[in-house]
Design a binder for this molecule. Structure first.
Ligand SMILES: [Zn+2]
Length: 425
């Protein structure tokens, strides 16, 4: 569909908000400027709205195949579109795991049939993510793997990780790591700190994460690989990533909205909607994550959207699975808590959700320019609305943010020149 978005606000390269028209033809951005000719174009009234490149989320769980009771590619991409996302990268902890070209092909077929937006699937580093036998990275690359990770679990053996990094470096692909040393988890359900003791729950110490990152950074240096750290949560992790960047090692990192916003002190009790991995850490950790994002130690924001059913979460924080949903709350939460009070500029937030993740993985998306894919989100920054989990289009209603009032809501998402989500429809 050819369309013309009229009189919409756009953040320019200098971070200034300017009014413009945007013309979309044949799925691409055809023209950006004022008072563009309207003939032959469907008009979209942009007045009072802000346009951004569609958001990019490099860390999501769509659960299909194998976990369709939690989420499907159809419901997950619908939820992402509602949150303003047009490119997402699902983790390989599905059943089957995309660990062979055949299993990856199965997932590609499901994506082709069901996805509403661009879905770039990860493939695993080891067979069944079991950590025992490596996958064929170049074959998986040929069949469309976005990058390689065993997310959900850490790769326990240094040698396994080192060899995977050497292979990945040869084919110019990233190794992406959920960092967790199994010998340091101690059956924890939340952060090992103050709050877990008050609640009498076993804790996951920060070193479970940071030790793996420190190890992997040295392996990445030796292998000459691009190493990307998932959901960084501790101050020690930020420090070792900062040092590694200073040393010229090719390491990048992502941080989630919930780790930027919440701490262990916010966990109200035994409600499993506050249980995620890595857990909400101490206030010093949250401050370090905020600093890390500001100084470029951390590169981008990723939700780690991790839907589970209400029944699975109802068993309480000690036993329930880890994870919370993220697509439908990310932008309003971050805009309301960081941009509105003036801690971040609007450009910083948008960059961390668009062009920065694209740069980390060399994706040709996340920019508003002539010739680019017409992947856009229109946002109403004035709109006030309370987060209501019952309105989520994701199957997962598991969020600690239910009932929180936010400003800044997506009202329309356009992917490849087509409207894939519109408020009220
Ligand atoms: Zn993870």
């Amino acid at each position: 569909m050819n369309m013309l978005i009229q009189q919409v606000q756009m953040v320019n390269e200098e971070g200034k908000i300017v009014e413009t028209d945007i013309k979309i033809a044949d799925g691409k951005i055809a023209e950006i400027g004022n008072q563009l000719a309207t003939e032959g174009f469907e008009i979209i009234e942009g007045k009072g709205l802000l346009v951004s490149p569609g958001f990019i989320d490099v860390h999501v769980h769509l659960r299909e195949p194998g976990g369709e009771h939690k989420e499907t590619i159809q419901t997950g991409t619908h939820s992402a579109a509602k949150g303003g996302y047009t490119t997402i990268c699902p983790m390989p902890n599905t059943r089957p795991v995309p660990d062979t070209k055949e299993n990856l092909e199965k997932i590609n077929t499901l994506i082709k049939a069901n996805a509403k937006i661009r879905v770039l699937p990860y493939a695993s580093i080891t067979i069944r993510e079991a950590g025992k036998e490596r996958t064929n990275l170049s074959e998986l690359k040929e069949h469309g793997a976005f990058a390689f990770t065993d997310d959900g679990v850490g790769v326990q053996e240094a040698g396994m990780m080192y060899e995977a990094m050497q292979d990945a470096a040869k084919i110019d692909m990233a190794i992406v790591a959920h960092c967790e040393d199994n010998t340091l988890i101690y059956g924890g359900a939340m952060h090992e700190g103050k709050r877990n003791k008050e609640l009498g729950l076993p804790g996951i110490p920060s070193i479970a994460e940071s030790v793996h990152i420190a190890r992997d950074i040295l392996l990445a240096e030796a292998a000459g690989a691009h190493y990307h750290v998932c959901h960084v949560s501790t101050k020690e992790s930020v420090r070792v990533i900062r040092d590694a960047k200073r040393a010229g090692i090719h390491v990048t990192g992502e941080v989630s909205p919930h780790h930027l916003l919440l701490t262990e002190d916010d966990v109200p009790g035994y409600d499993a909607d506050w249980k995620m991995n890595p857990p909400l850490r101490a206030i010093e950790d949250r401050e370090a994550l905020r600093e890390g994002l500001m100084d470029g130690t951390l590169d981008c924001i990723a939700t780690d959207h991790a839907p589970h059913t209400a029944d699975e979460k109802a068993v309480g924080i000690a036993k329930a699975p880890f994870g919370i949903t993220g697509f439908e709350t990310a932008f309003p939460l971050l805009y309301t808590n960081f941009v509105k009070p003036g801690y971040w500029t609007l450009k910083q937030l948008l960059d961390w959700m668009t062009v920065k993740p694209a740069e980390v993985f060399n994706l040709p998306y996340g920019k508003l320019e002539v010739g680019a894919e017409a992947d856009l989100v229109l946002l109403d920054l004035e709109k006030q609305q309370t987060i209501d989990r019952t309105t989520f289009v994701s199957k997962g209603k598991n969020t600690p943010f239910d009932g929180v009032e936010c400003a800044g809501w997506p009202v329309m998402t356009i992917f490849g020149g087509n409207i894939v989500w519109k408020d009220g429809q």
